[in-house]
Design a protein around this ligand. Structure first.
Ligand code: C5P
Length: 285
């Protein structure tokens, strides 16, 4: 039986500017995505039942049609009238509903895996179209690029030719936070809106870590903190441990810090209390 295993990485948002609320209910964004080394492993195996199934040991990952990887497979299977069934096995390392887009990354991995496997011949632009139908964060993962600019609702991607390799400590509280809940709490303040992307980009291009750390920003932070005011302490604890810049990723609750080096990132992790959190050292992928 045909089998394909792919890695499915997480992302961080180094900047997340919210520009406007759109008539379709989404928000217009300007964001810098970073692909990071924390990854799930997905194995696709063909089956003769004609059905799509999800296997995953993680208790919070849906095993049926609610799973984005399932939706990705179903979309292509229906569109191209594929008769073969598919077992999707997910080894979950990326925390769920944590602002790291693990589910979106899984969906992108399934889309590009099946494009090869089922020999669908979809162009990159066509795959990106299917990805955008599944979720705003899905298209980014189709690009083999460490950093990318995301606009629109986050689904319009421009890969950035930047060679930096960053080291981060990533702290994820053991709670789920849903993107829709966070956006629903957002109070848009558009006066004196800074272009945080163009403030950060030169630091990233020039490898200026201190500048980069000071330019991290996320407009969703007040909305995240309105749901969990106590999470401000995560930022403070990372700064107290010696981090040079700290920021929430996406719609939270994950917080990441920039380390000055791999060694520095590991020493930050060693100083962090892990009782209520998962703490990872990750790098740009
Ligand atoms: O696109 P996705 O399905 O991941 O979005 C989940 C929810 O997050 C949307 O239904 C919407 O409430 C919110 N969202 C938003 N603006 C975006 C992305 C997501 O309001 N740009």
């Amino acid at each position: 039986m045909h089998r394909l295993t792919v890695l499915s990485p997480a992302k961080l948002n180094l900047v997340l500017d919210v520009l406007a609320k759109r008539p379709d209910g989404y928000h217009e964004l300007r964001t810098i995505f970073e692909r990071i080394s924390l990854s799930d492993r997905i194995t696709l195996t063909g089956n003769k039942s004609g059905k799509i199934s999800i296997q995953c040991a993680h208790p919070h990952v849906p095993r049926g049609p609610g799973n984005l990887a399932y939706k990705a497979a179903k979309l292509l299977s229906d569109e191209f009238s594929i008769r073969e069934g598919l077992d999707i096995n997910i080894i979950k390392n990326i925390p769920v509903a944590a602002g790291l887009a693990g589910g979106s990354s899984n969906a992108a991995a399934v889309l590009s895996g099946l494009n090869q496997w089922w020999q669908l011949g979809l162009s990159h632009a066509q795959l990106a179209g299917y990805a955008a139908r599944l979720g705003s964060d899905v298209p980014f993962f189709l690009y083999n690029s460490s950093f990318a600019l995301g606009t629109g609702r986050g689904e319009q991607i421009k890969p950035l030719d930047i060679k930096a390799k960053l080291w981060h400590v990533l702290v994820t509280p053991k709670v789920k936070m849903y993107t829709s809940d966070v956006f629903a709490r957002l109070k848009l303040n558009l006066t004196n809106k800074k272009d945080n992307v163009n403030i950060l980009l030169p630091f990233l291009r020039n490898g200026d870590l201190k500048g980069l750390a000071g330019a991290l920003s996320n407009d969703l932070e007040p909305a995240i903190l309105s749901l969990r005011p106590d999470f401000i302490h995560l930022k403070k604890k990372l700064l107290d441990a010696g981090a040079i810049g700290v920021c929430f990723s996406g719609s939270g609750p994950s917080v990441f810090a920039c380390g000055q080096s791999q060694k520095h990132a590991y020493s930050l992790r060693a100083r962090f209390d892990r009782r209520y959190t998962q703490v990872f050292v990750v790098s740009t992928l």
